[in-house]
Design a protein around this ligand. Structure first.
Ligand code: PMP
Length: 442
């Protein structure tokens, strides 16, 4: 066991007895590449412009003149009969470059959002930044923290998009299986102990990735007691928790779950929210909330990469949030939840009808997916990717996509109830039943 780990273990024990100690130096979590990023003077000027008084003469940035824009006005008619009209200054700001961290009015709204739904401890020491979907913030955070060969802790199964971000670093995946309530604290402890009992483990894991609400692909919602225990383990092992929560409003319960962010006394949670599943995925708009030094490092990355998230998307989301108000937003979230819950119920019925003796699944507590374990078939890859698509005309995702080690045989498939008509769900599962029967008798 390395000296480093003993040190953290020791500090973990001390932390548990005393008041939690807030992390002040994040350099342990940040790689050398990220430490080399510096703020861009041009982008800093852009930020200043956003709050400058009107008598400042602005000869700095190369902002294209709005007279050259081909657009006069934009109107979005909403399904509730109201509309959002973008014209004049508002339209110009929606079509213009903006500050890297996001439009100031949207950022203010997002801070209110976080206060309302998560009330993070010590919020003044945290920043919020608008990102190109949740994916962008996550990917840049992985790039911020990971080094080649690092161990990272992920659940099994894990959202495939995150595995794709981590794989180029040739990581050592430290995995802990989920059960019907999601990620298991005692399995997490076991996985960490197993990692350290391995003679050649030298680096301490720094990152713990979790998708706590309506996990993709398993549809589990992690109870608060588990979150508290996992947070403790993160403190003991000096882990940064990457809380990827794009399905936060898509759980099938009456009230919103309590987040890791809301528990974060020590400043070790980076939370990723997204408008993809609630407004539109094509907006490509999400936001990341975390300790200021980490968010600032992400901002430097964005200053060099995308400059900022689409101004148009930010303005649309801002106007929509303003128009709905918080009560209207919550009401709308309930409608979305109801929509997916009905589809979940239907797919569960269809699964019971066709797959009763052929597979096992847990009825998901949220999200868009049914995670199905096929019985009597060791590995479903060929069945899904070849015979399923080409012979039977039905598409699922083979579970391998969500496995940290995709080379191992995998009997799971992911079925989405988001888009298919009820009739297609029925036909699709009948075809799956035939596929399984054929595979079992192969
Ligand atoms: N995390 C999870 C678990 C997801 O399922 C997705 C979307 N598939 C994302 C992050 C990324 O979503 P977006 O970038 O659209 O916010």
């Amino acid at each position: 066991m390395s000296g480093m780990r003993n040190m953290w273990q020791l500090s973990g024990q001390i932390l548990r007895k005393q008041k939690p100690s807030v992390i002040t130096d994040y350099s342990y979590f940040v790689n050398d590449l990220a430490k080399g990023r510096k703020p861009s003077p041009l982008r800093e000027l852009m930020r200043m412009l956003a709050s400058a008084s009107s008598n400042v003469i602005f000869l700095a940035e190369g902002l294209p003149h709005s007279d050259t824009h081909p657009f006069n006005e934009a109107r979005f008619d909403l399904k509730d009969g109201t509309s959002i009209t973008l014209s004049g200054k508002l339209l110009t700001s929606a079509l213009q470059y903006g500050p890297t961290e996001g439009h100031p009015d949207l950022l203010q709204k997002l801070r209110q959002f976080q206060e309302r739904f998560h009330n993070p401890p010590g919020f003044d020491d945290r920043d919020v930044i608008a990102t190109v979907g949740g994916q962008d913030g996550l990917c840049k955070t992985i790039e911020l923290c990971m080094d080649f060969g690092d161990p990272v802790i992920v659940p099994s199964p894990t959202y495939s998009g995150v595995l794709a971000m981590m794989r180029p670093y040739r990581p050592k995946f430290v995995t802990a299986a989920e059960d019907k309530y999601g990620f298991c604290p005692y399995k997490l402890r076991e996985a960490i102990n197993k990692y350290w009992s391995h003679g050649n483990s030298v680096k301490a894991p720094k990152l713990l990735y979790l998708n706590p609400t309506a996990s993709n692909p398993s549809g589990t919602v992690m109870p608060i007691e588990r979150k508290k225990e996992i947070y403790e383990i993160a403190c003991e092992n000096n882990l940064l928790i990457l809380e990827d929560d794009p399905y936060y409003f898509l759980h099938f319960d009456n009230s919103e779950p309590q987040s890791f962010l809301s528990l974060d006394e020590e400043g070790r949670v980076v939370r990723f929210d997204s408008f993809s599943k609630v407004f539109s995925s094509g907006l490509r708009l999400g936001f990341m909330t975390g300790p200021r030094p980490l968010v600032q490092a992400i901002e430097y990355h964005m200053q060099a990469s995308v400059l900022h998230t689409s101004s148009l998307s930010q303005i649309i989301a801002l106007q929509l949030l303003n128009q709905l108000g918080w009560d209207g937003f919550i009401k709308y979230m309930k409608k979305i939840r109801q929509f997916y819950m009905e589809r979940r119920n239907h797919m569960s019925e269809v699964a019971s009808k066709h797959l009763q003796d052929r597979a096992e699944w847990t009825v998901p507590d949220g999200g868009m997916f049914l995670w199905i374990k096929v019985k009597g078939v060791l590995d479903v890859y060929e069945m899904v990717m070849s015979r399923g698509v080409h012979t039977k005309g039905v598409m699922f995702v083979p579970g391998h996509a969500f496995m940290p080690d995709p080379t191992k045989p995998c009997p799971y498939i992911r079925a989405s109830y988001s888009l298919a008509s009820y009739e297609d769900m029925d036909k699709g599962f009948a075809r799956l039943a035939e596929l399984i029967d054929e595979e079992q008798h192969h």
